[in-house]
Design a protein around this ligand. Structure first.
Ligand code: ATP
Ligand code: MG
Length: 307
């Protein structure tokens, strides 16, 4: 089921087109990441979904309804934990936020405790946010998005500027929110580790356009199947090198000539490559598909500028 639908969204600032006619949807239960270089339109898209920016064209639906009529289905966190009052404690912040949405009483107090305990903020419930570390503040800020129990959680750069430990905690928090609390998460980030480890669906923006939109698995597969590493029994000779350089395939020498790397478009081509190597008695020790990380995929896509 599609819980967020963005249809032909356009947002311009004067002559600048921040978002250029993009369409995508997010399925219920997904952790969906919007990626893209600085200024590519991520925040503009997210704010449009939250009805904080009025688009020039297009429309956004939440659970099939116009977004402004269904905004109670969404809780959002924007860059820099600005949803928190720094002079209030985590408990007071959550209570206040629930209050704005008309929720209060014992049930909410219990929920505040549960949330803060769940995310390891037990000892900090009554410390003013100003005196918390950046990582703790970020956890409180994310907990805030959960107090009203909305079905969609939107997070703009949730791990920006965090150390390794806080990063791990936020990552686990996101997994818990999607997996155990059964929420749909849409987030923007530059953090490829976060994307690789927790996100299922990926949207890559570049200059206001969507240049890739697929599952993490498919994006990795698409690139993984292209690059092979062939380890050799013996270091390649000058003569063999010369022979390879004249072929239609581009061989990259790695490990000082003890291995070759090759990009192919179809995995059956590997048989052709093996035949080519046989001609000059280049003996193979091992053939393996290269393990590529998501960062390489991302760089490949964004450097090609969407071709
Ligand atoms: N209020 C505004 N007035 C004018 N231009 C704006 C405004 N907000 C954003 N822009 C421009 O729109 C483009 C997209 O900005 P946006 O903030 O959506 O990018 P982003 O992908 O979130 O970038 P970042 O990774 O730096 O957060 C940028 O060129 C930006 O300068
Ligand atoms: Mg942004």
């Amino acid at each position: 089921m599609k819980v967020i639908e963005v249809n032909n969204l356009v947002k311009k600032y004067g002559d600048l087109t921040a978002v250029n006619n993009i369409s995508f949807s997010v399925n219920q239960g997904s952790i969906c990441a919007i990626l893209g270089p600085n200024g590519s339109g991520k925040t503009t898209t997210i704010k449009s979904i939250c009805n904080l920016i009025i688009p020039d064209e297009g429309n956004i639906k939440l659970f099939g309804k116009e977004n402004k009529k269904a905004i109670d289905k969404v809780a959002a966190l924007f860059e820099g934990t600005r949803n928190l009052y720094w002079r209030l404690t985590p408990r007071e912040n959550l209570r206040y936020f629930a209050g704005i949405r008309g929720l209060g009483g014992k049930k909410i107090e219990k929920k505040i405790d549960e949330l803060l305990d769940r995310f390891d903020l037990k000892d900090k419930k009554d410390t003013v946010v100003n005196n918390l570390s950046r990582g703790m503040r970020q956890k409180v800020a994310i907990a805030m998005t959960l107090i009203c129990d909305t079905e969609i959680i939107i997070l703009d750069e949730p791990t920006l500027g965090l150390d390794v430990k806080s990063f791990m905690e936020i990552k686990d928090m996101l997994r818990y929110i999607a997996g155990n609390m059964k929420k749909t998460i849409l987030l923007s980030t530059h953090d490829m580790n976060l994307v690789e480890e927790v996100c299922k669906d990926i949207i890559i923006l570049n200059r206001g356009n969507i240049i890739a939109q697929d599952t993490m698995e498919n994006l990795l597969d698409m690139f993984r199947s292209m690059t092979y590493e062939i380890s050799l029994q013996d270091t390649i000779t000058e003569e063999q090198k010369e022979y390879l350089s004249k072929l239609e395939y581009e061989f990259y020498l790695i490990n000082n000539g003890d291995a070759l790397e090759i990009d192919i478009s179809d995995s059956v081509e590997i048989y052709k490559i093996i035949d080519i190597l046989k001609v000059k008695k280049i003996l193979i020790r091992e053939v393996k598909q290269k393990n590529i990380n998501f960062e390489r995929v991302y760089l490949n896509l964004t450097s090609g500028e969407g071709k």
